[in-house]
Design a protein around this ligand. Structure first.
Ligand code: ARG
Length: 358
């Protein structure tokens, strides 16, 4: 039953891949090899170009992603030959450095071997610690409280700052998880300032350059890569309207509103809305000033509409999750808001996974 499913998934991807890459003449022979391998060993290995193309199509199929116009431009670092923790750490450092690229962010994925029990415990390769205090508010990023506690359990020294970059945690098979700090030289942090509000920089806000998701499973042709960290560049609202603004994240709207002299007791003053705009402008301004690639939500929406047209031209339906595609601010001012979307899940794709420590 299980093998049946893998065979079917393998076949479906093989046909898609060889068809789209105009390699149909090679399909039959390759299909025989895969069938034999699955019969003999229960699984099979993707060829380099099959893996490469699969990572890209998985991006193309990511219903929640507004940035898919550039799906063909994913840089693939194939690390399937690695099997020990030291090498895995080096590959992760390489990813951070290569993807960040001095600010000219490159969409990148690192693929580790699917069969060697390599686990990455970080939700993202770069992330800020979150600390619960006895009595009092959470310090840092509340999203990372649980993972931060794991790091502390493994001997990491909490620094109790608002923006402490977490260490990387890697586990191989049944070995104990291993923890390592990311070298400072390869981390780019952007200090947030506002183009006209001087006092903004005294809030001492910052964010990291590169969002590298490391807790999703890449599935291609039935092969599941549990460790395959990937990144794009930020859209400003991810930081300005969510990470720094959500009440259960950094919750900074009241602080910004007070800085602006708004009355935060009067809902009719729209203080939240006005603070949001200034915070988002500050994020975009600061990333640009620091030379770190970022996109505003209006341009991203335009690019997504272009992606939909481009896909239609190539005869493919675009699957998309409207609630995720529409930006969290100024929704109705973007084209995507006024666009109907179909939301079924195609393969290859990236899937959520459980916390490795549960
Ligand atoms: N929203 C997540 C964050 O704020 C990152 C998700 C991926 N974003 C991206 N632009 N590729 O960290």
């Amino acid at each position: 039953m299980e093998k049946q499913t893998l065979l079917e998934k393998a076949k479906a991807y093989l046909e898609l891949c060889y068809h789209e890459l105009n390699k149909e003449n090679l399909l039959e022979e390759r299909w025989q090899v895969i069938q034999n391998s699955i019969k003999k060993t229960g699984t099979y290995e993707l060829l380099d170009f099959e893996l490469d193309y699969g990572t890209k199509v998985a991006w193309r199929n990511s219903n929640k992603c507004i940035g898919r116009l550039f799906w063909r431009s994913m840089e693939v670092l194939d690390k399937r030959s690695l099997d020990n923790a030291d090498e895995v750490f080096d590959a992760l450092f390489e990813h951070i450095d290569f993807a960040t690229n001095g600010g000219n962010i490159r969409s990148t994925i690192t693929v580790f071997n699917a069969h060697k029990g390599i686990q990455l415990w970080n939700p993202q390769l770069l992330g800020f610690a979150g600390y619960v205090q006895e009595d009092g508010p959470i310090i840092g990023d509340s999203k990372n409280v649980e993972f931060t506690q794991k790091c502390i359990d493994f001997g990491w020294k909490p620094k109790m700052g608002q923006f402490d970059i977490l260490p990387l945690v890697v586990r191989i098979g049944e070995d104990a998880p291993v923890l390592r700090e990311i070298p400072k030289e390869i981390i780019t942090l952007v200090s947030i300032e506002h183009p006209s509000m001087e006092a903004f920089k005294d809030l001492n806000l910052q964010w990291y350059s590169t969002p590298i998701i490391s807790n999703m499973t890449l599935e291609i042709g039935g092969i599941e890569f549990l460790s395959a960290p990937f990144n794009g560049w930020y859209m400003g609202t991810e930081i300005g309207a969510r990470n720094l603004a959500d009440e259960d994240r950094y919750n900074l709207l009241p602080t910004v509103a007070k800085l602006m002299g708004l009355d935060i007791r009067d809902k009719n003053s729209l203080w939240k809305d006005r603070a949001l705009v200034e915070l988002n402008q500050a994020v975009l301004y600061s990333f640009r000033k620091a030379g770190v690639k970022i996109i505003d939500h209006h341009s991203a929406s335009k690019q997504f509409m272009q992606f939909m047209r481009q896909e239609a031209k190539e005869g493919r339906d675009v699957m998309a999750d409207w609630a995720w595609i529409v930006p969290p601010t100024s929704g109705s001012t973007t084209k995507v808001f006024h666009t109907e979307m179909q939301n079924s899940v195609l393969s290859p794709n990236y899937f959520y996974q459980e916390n490795p420590w549960d």
